[in-house]
Write a protein that binds this ligand. Structure first.
Ligand code: PG9
Length: 628
């Protein structure tokens, strides 16, 4: 109903004018909000911020499901900088180098038209429509370079997380004006090791994200909870499927797809972006940015690096950066993460010395070739940046240096000597009624606002777990020499369960000396440098869940996330093994059921777990050791 339909009072007119015109002459930028038509007619809401006086400026484009208006109006100001603080904006680089900043609502979200599909698969068996995020990016870039006279016709795509998935999509049949892509902490394979599952164990705390992201175009339906401690919330509903049903999530298409595909079937494998890009020609210089303690997408960047680096025949098209960061911390303050200190602002170093010259080389007319190594990696422990020619530096197969087996040994010892004698196994009771918390309770929700510490959980002190009787711990002697690793540890666990399914969580931990003079609170700290979970039913294949033979020693082999770390002299190496990581991951009922999303209360059974370390049943971690 417009104003004219309401009674008018000429002697007492409205105080609000019919068309207010903001006065922006003093601003140092010009804002244009446009709806860009895609090839199927759908219009995508796009915010364009142009530095005043810009001429032949490069365009830095982010496409997002997280509200373009919000991301371009962080602090309403006449200056571009405050407008662009916050998520996805490497503001110092974008503003100081005079780029035109473009942020667009992806199809189906916020100000854009069309239907939303989570991480919309590229056109093909999973997406029969003629449009996807690749075509939408192509059409957007085509419009931008034809309709922004202040630009030099060069576009770079950049973004973090979901917004890091978008630069990867821009690489599929890329527009000729796309000169560079910077996917940071990208969502790549939701089942294998990014946001939805890790090796098949479901990251159920992300249900709140699925709910809010999928239930409406503007995320106006908000998740709720009756519990301060998320441990209690998820215990109350027993299974993720029951929680989803209770919250009405069976109305949500993506949730129903998720619960219908608990295994790594074609629904997941065909949309894995590393596999999509492996089948594409490499046409656009790409810098993959990875966080060594990425609590959300620790799999994606390195998976894409493995997929596309072999195509980089020039050696200059694909760069990898690995920083000591949580998810997205590269655009924030980077001198510490939780209790861990790095001695310098590593994030600012990245933006100033790596990101800025890399973008300039491709987006600024006449800019020099950036002097950036193929791999720029921060070495934790020694706290310094490295220029490397390749990654990883050691691995089980195919590297110059072969990983070394670090054995679990009797008497809870850990070492490079294969076990020979002593007790054959350790055992613990895994009780689904009392799952191991993945961090100290009360467990907070995921998120970054209101003082939440979700971003830090990968560097929490693991002493919280090591004292539990349902966590078995192995520890080395005190190191007298540095122990340097540079690659992905691989777990080879020989274990049995009295049940017919089981999860295995393995953590590689740096144990600090009992006293640390320069940082007393780090005395005895147990810092996980690499850890992950594996759902036992997938032992024979991620697409082939099978019951486990009960009480039979079986080998479980799985990758842990990459580490670039030095265990310093005076430190010890520790390995922890447990069978739940709750409530971030859903509980394994420990009896084989067709679909754990819909396990019933009676399915959840205690199990006796055994970890073997005898000569013929040796458990070990293939450790990517270098310099020994
Ligand atoms: N990767 C982030 C996320 C996705 C899905 C669930 C929770 C977090 C992100 O895009 O922010």
């Amino acid at each position: 109903m417009d104003d004219t339909s309401k009674p008018q009072y000429p002697n007492y007119p409205s105080e609000t004018p019919a068309h207010f015109k903001p006065v922006t002459e003093s601003f140092d930028y010009v804002e244009r909000d446009v709806d860009i038509p895609m090839r199927d007619g759908v219009k995508l809401h796009t915010v364009i911020l142009i530095p005043k006086g810009a001429h032949h400026a490069g365009i830095v484009l982010t496409r997002t499901p997280y509200d373009a208006k919000e991301l371009t109006h962080h602090v309403m100001s006449g200056h571009l900088g405050p407008m662009l603080e916050g998520y996805d904006n490497a503001t110092d680089v974008i503003v100081e180098d005079g780029y035109i900043r473009v942020i667009q609502d992806i199809r189906g979200k916020y100000g854009s038209e069309g239907d939303y599909v989570m991480n919309r698969p590229v056109h093909g068996p999973l997406n029969p429509t003629p449009v996807d995020d690749a075509t939408d990016t192509y059409d957007t870039i085509d419009w931008l370079v034809k309709n922004i006279p202040e630009s030099n016709g060069k576009v770079g795509t950049i973004g973090i997380s979901y917004d890091g998935f978008e630069p990867l999509m821009s690489l599929v049949n890329p527009h000729p004006a796309l000169k560079v892509a910077v996917p940071m902490n990208p969502m790549v394979d939701g089942w294998m090791g990014d946001d939805w599952f890790h090796h098949g164990a479901f990251r159920q705390q992300n249900m709140s994200y699925i709910y809010e992201q999928s239930a409406s175009r503007d995320n106006s339906y908000k998740w709720w909870t009756d519990y301060h401690d998320e441990y209690d919330l998820f215990m109350h509903y027993v299974s993720a499927g029951e929680l989803g049903r209770a919250y009405g999530m069976e109305q949500l298409g993506f949730w129903n797809k998720m619960t219908a595909h608990p295994a790594y079937d074609s629904f997941w494998s065909e949309q894995a972006v590393d596999k999509v890009l492996a089948a594409q020609p490499l046409k656009v210089p790409t810098m993959l940015v990875h966080s060594l303690w990425d609590q959300e997408d620790i799999y994606g960047a390195l998976a894409v690096y493995r997929a596309i680096k072999p195509k980089d025949t020039s050696g200059d098209m694909v760069k990898l950066v690995m920083g000591p960061w949580h998810h997205g911390q590269e655009i924030d303050e980077g001198s510490s993460l939780g209790a861990i200190q790095f001695g310098s602002d590593t994030a600012k170093y990245f933006r100033e010395h790596i990101l800025r010259p890399f973008l300039a080389q491709y987006l600024k007319d006449g800019a020099p070739k950036a002097d950036i190594a193929p791999v720029t990696a921060f070495q934790t422990g020694t706290n310094h940046w490295q220029r490397l020619s390749h990654w990883p530096l050691a691995c089980e197969d195919g590297c110059n240096v072969k990983s070394r087996p670090l054995y679990l040994e009797p008497d809870n010892k850990l070492g490079f000597q294969a076990p020979n004698g002593g007790n054959a196994y350790d055992q613990y009771i895994s009780d689904p009624a009392h799952p191991v918390p993945f961090r100290a309770r009360p467990i907070q929700p995921i998120g970054y606002d209101n003082g939440l510490t979700w971003s830090q959980w990968l560097v929490d002190d693991q002493r919280e777990a090591s004292g539990r009787t349902d966590v078995v711990t192995y520890v080395s002697d005190v190191l007298t020499q540095p122990l340097t690793i540079a690659g992905a540890p691989v777990v080879h666990l020989v274990a049995s369960t009295s049940g017919t399914d089981s999860d295995w969580v393995v953590k590689l931990i740096d144990v600090y000396p009992d006293q640390v003079a320069e940082q007393p609170e780090m005395g005895g700290y147990q810092l996980a440098v690499s850890m992950d979970i594996f759902r036992g039913r997938y032992r024979e294949g991620f697409d082939n869940p099978k019951p486990l033979a009960d009480n039979q020693p079986l080998t479980f082999r799985f990758d842990l996330p990459a580490a670039n770390h030095v265990f310093l002299p005076g430190h010890r190496v520790m390995v922890q093994v447990q069978s739940s990581w709750f409530p971030l991951y859903d509980r394994n009922p420990q009896t084989f059921v067709p679909n754990i999303f819909f396990a019933k209360p009676g399915d959840y059974q205690k199990a006796t777990q055994r970890i073997y370390h005898s000569a013929d049943q040796a458990s070990y971690i293939a450790l990517p050791v270098i310099g020994q």
